[in-house]
Design a protein around this ligand. Structure first.
Ligand code: MIG
Length: 681
């Protein structure tokens, strides 16, 4: 049951799709307080847990820290970060009472979940115009599903987006791209996509192409496509202020950009230097921004990643002026402790300064609104511009779309990557822990930069990251580091080849579970407590996940880890794989186990009376045969598995024809219209 309360006159966020009538009064369970801000408080019992908040730092259970929904470009995700790139305002409180709370607002919301007071949740809403939805249900899964029904079906990418993807902020010329693909083919490591980072543009201008480095862009895209490789260019939010640049010139002529208080176009520094931001909160301007993507689609592009759309600001004239004034004041004197730190501080505060978000305005279809009030909407609406444009220009076709900035609502249009992580073991663990909470907030197509985006990775970290990412819908290796991290650059290339082949073998299962989760508003990744609510041990597990209906994973995420403790909430079959055809299996009883896992091995667990359908890997998804499948399973009695499979690219998803029932017992298996056999080792 969902109840809704409204305070003030909230700005439409388009986070939800269902109309729920407004009730008078105050939400049950929470204590409402109206002061300078609105707060909702809740007294937790010692054993209560809190899930949700999507992309954020720290554990799956969010209890113990403060999380602030304020989309920000933050490249150093240390444990003390309160905000990342997203505003995912949904939590589930799980205890004697289990219920969900969704704060529907474009404003900043802070969730102090037992940080100030170990037993208190204090939700503080900066903007007093808001909707709050309370969701009650009979289980965690039920609350989660009701919420997902409220916010609408998650984005479903094309099937090729389940292939392995390679990116690096370094590739520049046509030959750079060719070489990456050539190397992958030479090492026979499967690959489906290569990303174009900002260097493909002319002068960092979105919707342009660098003529010297990529003189035959369209031919390159086609040449790659012929090899089964999709090229995925980046788009940056800031539009360069530059005479002769058509997006800028037309934007000025047609009045598309956000303005300052005096009605001049607001400008700030980002990658290309001075930029304007398109007012994507205005429907017409949003459509106009979406129209720009046609340029790339017409060149054969079928995937895009939108970056810097929090929006990220490097500097404004106002902040620079303050900083230069301080330097002028200090430059002829000897620095002391105070002035030294004051100066450092002044410069470190140049970027993404909350003061700068008060300098410009939106015209939300006639209503003038200062940016800081709707800041969290910007990334969502910019990516929505792209998603809607894709529907206009490529109706009935699924394209790949990723965004860095996000808010709930955007999950209907796009997937996300989790931004600039680092080549840290702790960030591999973070990535594992982010997945179930992202799913709760509707973001099913998600993944982190494999190996770590910043700092140099190493072979062991990359290996463990790949072994985990076999299960993440988005499996993209991306970095800005000095050290190359394409999988063929490491010593034991064969291990990577084996692991990526395992990923490809899993695609029938991953895709099936993903699309079913999207259609039925379920979670593809789940904390164990969602499946084993009555098991007090399962509740506490922070580093194992359920993946779809058959699998539990327990990734290795520690340096020199050659095994780990795993808790089995029921009897399961352990599969230890070295390659697609080389694996061991053993049935283990419910309880705690220590499992050895060499660096060249990945492990997963199959639940009793469940199966996993596998395909034969190929160098790209295009070359795979999804009609001949093998299954591995832990089958004791007659059982069924519903396999979802479709053409992989049209939007005709719900079609009954796409559901195949696989019938299995201990000895044999059968499926009408698919060739299914038991896998032999
Ligand atoms: O300020 O385009 O998160 O993936 O490689 C950095 C360059 C801008 C941030 C993105 C990252 C991308 C990088 N971008």
């Amino acid at each position: 049951m969902i109840t809704r309360f409204q305070y003030g006159h909230p700005i439409r966020t388009d986070s939800i799709i269902k109309h729920i009538p407004i009730e008078e009064g105050y939400p049950k369970h929470l204590v409402y307080e109206d002061g300078e801000k609105i707060t909702f408080t809740y007294e937790m019992k010692p054993q209560d847990m809190v899930y949700g908040l999507g992309e954020n730092m720290r554990g799956i259970n969010k209890r113990g820290f403060t999380y602030i929904s304020r989309c920000v470009d933050n490249a150093i995700h240390t444990e003390d970060c309160h905000s990342l790139y997203a505003a995912h305002n949904f939590i589930i409180i799980y205890g004697i009472e289990t219920f969900g709370v969704f704060i529907d607002t474009a404003g900043i919301v802070s969730y102090d979940i037992g940080e100030t007071d170990i037993d208190q949740i204090i939700i503080t809403c900066d903007d007093k115009d808001l909707n709050i939805y309370m969701i009650e249900g009979k289980s965690l899964k039920d609350v989660a599903k009701q919420f997902r029904q409220l916010i609408g079906r998650s984005y479903i990418p094309p099937k090729w987006a389940f292939g392995y993807q390679q990116s690096r902020w370094k590739y520049k010329t046509e030959n750079d791209f060719r070489e990456i693909v050539r190397q992958y083919k030479e090492h026979a490591i499967p690959l489906d996509a290569v990303y174009l980072d900002i260097d493909y543009m002319d002068n960092y201008q979105s919707f342009t192409i660098h003529k010297d480095n990529l003189p035959h862009f369209e031919e390159l895209i086609q040449e790659m496509k012929n090899q089964g490789i999709h090229m995925v260019p980046i788009i940056d939010a800031g539009i360069k202020v530059q005479d002769g640049y058509h997006v800028y010139e037309n934007g000025v002529k047609e009045n598309r950009f956000c303005k300052d208080k005096d009605g001049h176009f607001f400008r700030c520094g980002v990658w290309p230097g001075y930029c304007h931001f398109v007012d994507v909160l205005n429907t017409q301007h949003r459509n106009w921004f979406g129209d720009q993507y046609k340029f790339l689609l017409d060149k054969g592009i079928d995937g895009i990643w939108n970056d810097m759309n929090e929006p990220s600001i490097f500097y404004t004239d106002e902040r620079l002026k303050e900083a230069y004034e301080l330097v002028d004041k200090l430059k002829n004197s000897e620095l002391n402790l105070n002035t030294y730190f004051q100066m450092c501080d002044e410069f470190s505060k140049l970027s993404n300064n909350p003061k700068d978000y008060k300098l410009f305005y939106h015209d939300i279809d006639g209503q003038k609104v200062r940016h800081d009030k709707v800041h969290n909407l910007y990334g969502y609406f910019l990516t929505r511009a792209a998603g809607e444009a894709f529907e206009r220009f490529r109706p009935h076709k699924r394209l790949l779309l990723l965004s860095r900035g996000s808010m709930i609502g955007m999950h209907r249009y796009s997937g996300i990557w989790t931004g600039d992580n680092l080549a840290w073991w702790s960030h591999l663990k973070l990535c594992i822990q982010q997945m179930p909470n992202l799913n709760l907030c509707g973001f099913l197509y998600a993944g982190g930069d494999l190996g770590g985006f910043g700092n140099n990775t190493n072979e062991e970290l990359m290996t463990r990251w790949v072994q985990f990412a076999i299960f993440t819908p988005l499996m993209r290796n991306h970095s800005q580091s000095e050290r190359a991290q394409e999988l063929y650059t490491f010593k034991n290339t064969n291990t990577f080849k084996n692991m990526i082949e395992i990923r490809y073998a899993f695609i029938p299962y991953l895709y099936s579970e993903f699309v079913k989760a999207a259609i039925h508003n379920d979670c593809y990744f789940r904390a164990l407590s969602f499946d084993y609510e009555n098991d007090p041990q399962a509740r506490l597990i922070e580093d194992q996940l359920m993946v779809g209906e058959s699998i539990m994973i327990a990734p290795i995420y520690e340096q020199n880890g050659r095994g780990r403790y795993v808790y089995l909430p029921e009897n399961m079959k352990l599969i230890k794989m070295r390659s697609f055809n080389d694996y061991d299996e053993i049935i283990l009883p419910k309880g705690h186990h220590y499992i050895q896992v060499n660096l060249n091995e990945m492990i997963f667990f199959i639940k009793e009376n469940h199966i996993v359908p596998l395909a034969k890997p190929a160098l790209t998804t295009k070359d795979m045969d999804f009609n001949h499948l093998e299954i591995i399973g832990y089958v004791k009695e007659n059982t069924q598995y519903i396999l979802y499979d479709d053409d992989g690219y049209t939007t005709n998803i719900d079609n009954k024809e796409y559901s195949y029932t696989i019938y299995v017992n201990q000895y044999s298996c059968y499926c009408q219209n698919k060739h299914i056999t038991y896998k032999k080792k």
